[in-house]
Ligand binder design. Sequence first.
Ligand SMILES: [Zn+2]
Length: 234
Amino acid sequence: MLVATSRRDSTTTTVVVGSNGRDCLLIDPAWEVDELASIADALTRRGLTVTAGFSTHAHFDHLLWHPGFGDAPRWASAETATPARDDRPAILAELGAWPTELLPLVGAVTAAPGDRLHWRGVDVQLIEHDAHVPGHTAVWVPSRGILVAGDMLSDIEPPLPFEPDAPTSPPADPLAAYAAGLTALEPFARRAAIVIPGHGTPGKDPTARLTRDRHLLEALRSGRDPHDDRLPPA
Ligand SMILES: [Zn+2]
C-alpha cells in the first residue's frame, strides 16, 4: 500500500499493490496536475502498472485521472458512475480551471463488477453506503487490514452529511444516512490496522475515529455543541 497526500486539502491518493508486486489499484488520485504527474512517475519508477482505478464517490476531487496512469478500467459504485456521467457539467464547474486535454478523463468511471474486486493480484471488498453522498464506497483491503474510507473517518475533516453545493441530490435524511454509513463501516474499522481517509492523515485509530464521528453526529442531532476541534470556531 502506498499513500500520497496532496498539498490541497490533504487529499489522499491510495495505491493498493497487487500480490504479484507489479499491478496496482489506484484509488482517488488527486489533486493538482503536477502531483498527478509525479504520482504516475513514482509508480513507473517502482515498476508498478495501474491495472484498475477506483473512485470512492461522485465529488470532483475524487474523480480525477492523468494520462500517465494509462487506460485501465476505472470503477466506482453504480450510484457514483451515474452522476459522474449525468452531472458532468456541474462536476467540471466545481473542478474549475483544468487542462483541456485532461478534461475527458474527469469522472470517466463505470460501475464496478460487483462488491469484490479480484483483479490481477489485487483483492479488495467494496463497502457502499449513503453517508456524505449516495453511493459513497469504502475499500477494504483484507490482506493488509487497511480501510480506505473515502471522505469519512478523518482526523482533520469533520463528518459532512450535507453538501449544499453538490450536484448530486442528498438523501432524504442525511444525518440518518451518515449514521447508517458509520454502521456499515464499523465491522471493518474494528478489524482494520490502518484507516486511510480521503482528506487527512492515515491512522491506526479507526474505531476511535468512528466513535468520535458518531458522537459529533449525535450532538448535531440533539442540538448540542459537539466540542470537536475539527469544526471551525463558532
Ligand atoms: Zn466528498
